[in-house]
Design a protein around this ligand. Structure first.
Ligand SMILES: C[S@@+](CC[C@H](N)C(=O)[O-])C[C@H]1O[C@@H](n2cnc3c(N)ncnc32)[C@H](O)[C@@H]1O
Length: 144
């Protein structure tokens, strides 16, 4: 499913994209910080299992990952996002054992039905090829 939805791109392209997101989104993140802070303060995540779809470089983690006992699975097809999102998780105070990066796509979420308490996604649905399939929830049975 991953290959069908997100055909392999050259490594240099995926790496460049990850670096560009990390550096290029800083002013956007600064501008939207208060809004995100207000929004994420409404989410109670302590002790919960959170899946972040299209986690990218992990710009949202600082808003919720410091909560006690939160477990985060960051899903993204671009393997170069792992380094950035893992660093963001660490700097947010999330123990490394509580953060898992899974290479995958929203159309075939790598998580069992009912195993997550909340799914977070920002700036991601425009990248998802089949938004209906991604929003439908557990579709791992469609993996082939
Ligand atoms: C514009 S970036 C946003 C990243 C992050 N959520 C943020 O707010 O900065 C879109 C992300 O979605 C990922 N992505 C692309 N196609 C995807 C798919 N089908 N399912 C999940 N993530 C996908 C990209 O690799 C990228 O990291």
């Amino acid at each position: 499913m991953l290959e069908r939805v997100h055909p392999a791109r050259p490594g240099w392209y995926e790496k460049l994209y990850a670096t560009a997101m990390d550096k290029g989104m800083q002013s956007y993140e600064a501008e939207i910080a208060q809004y995100k802070s207000d929004l994420f303060s409404q989410l109670s995540v302590a002790g919960k299992n959170i899946l972040e779809l299209g986690v990218g470089t992990g710009p949202n983690l600082k808003y919720y990952a410091s909560a006690d006992g939160v477990n985060v699975i960051g899903v993204d097809p671009n393997m170069y996002m792992e380094e950035y999102s893992r660093a963001a998780a660490t700097s947010a105070g999330l123990p490394s054992s509580n953060f898992t990066f899974r290479r995958g796509v929203g159309e075939a979420l790598p998580a069992e039905d009912g195993s997550m308490d909340a799914v977070i996604g920002t700036l991601v649905l425009c990248s998802v090829k089949d938004t209906d399939m991604a929003l439908r929830g557990n579709n791992s049975s469609l993996q082939q």
